[in-house]
Write a protein that binds this ligand. Structure first.
Ligand code: ZN
Length: 134
């Protein structure tokens, strides 16, 4: 089982630990902390566009549609989610620092904790993680 974006708080992490041990008899085996600097996070999220008809995801810089503002698959209009506006992203990063970052202290000393460089594309990040899962 892979949890992505959960837990977000230490209380949730403690609850997850208790649940996993109680139900499965083993603890969490791997913890991947993907690290990326704030400006790159803002660039990635602020450039994301979602097709309002089929849900396809694009990026204005990294994966642009053939026709600006239109979905390659269905021709639908591409929109920026409210969550992906730069000021909202910066607020999310502030929330992250106060609520989620303490998780690093909670997990860092565990066996299986790995800090992963989140730069580059998805394949590059995946290739940094895979060796730890073999
Ligand atoms: Zn579409």
């Amino acid at each position: 089982v892979v949890f992505d974006g959960f837990p977000r708080t230490v209380v949730q992490a403690q609850g997850l630990d208790a649940l996993v041990v109680e139900r499965r008899g083993v603890g969490i085996t791997h913890i991947f902390h993907i690290v990326l600097d704030d400006e790159e996070i803002v660039t990635r999220l602020a450039g994301r566009r979602v097709c309002e008809d089929c849900g396809a995801i694009y990026h204005v810089q990294y994966q642009p549609p053939r026709v600006d503002g239109r979905c390659d698959r269905c021709g639908g209009v591409l929109r920026q989610r409210k969550d992906d506006q730069p000021e909202v992203i910066r607020h999310r990063l502030t929330v992250y620092r106060t609520e989620t970052a303490p998780l690093v202290a909670y997990y860092r000393s565990r066996p299986g904790y790995v800090e992963v460089d989140g730069s580059g594309d998805a394949a590059a990040v995946t290739n940094r993680i895979l060796p730890f899962l073999r």
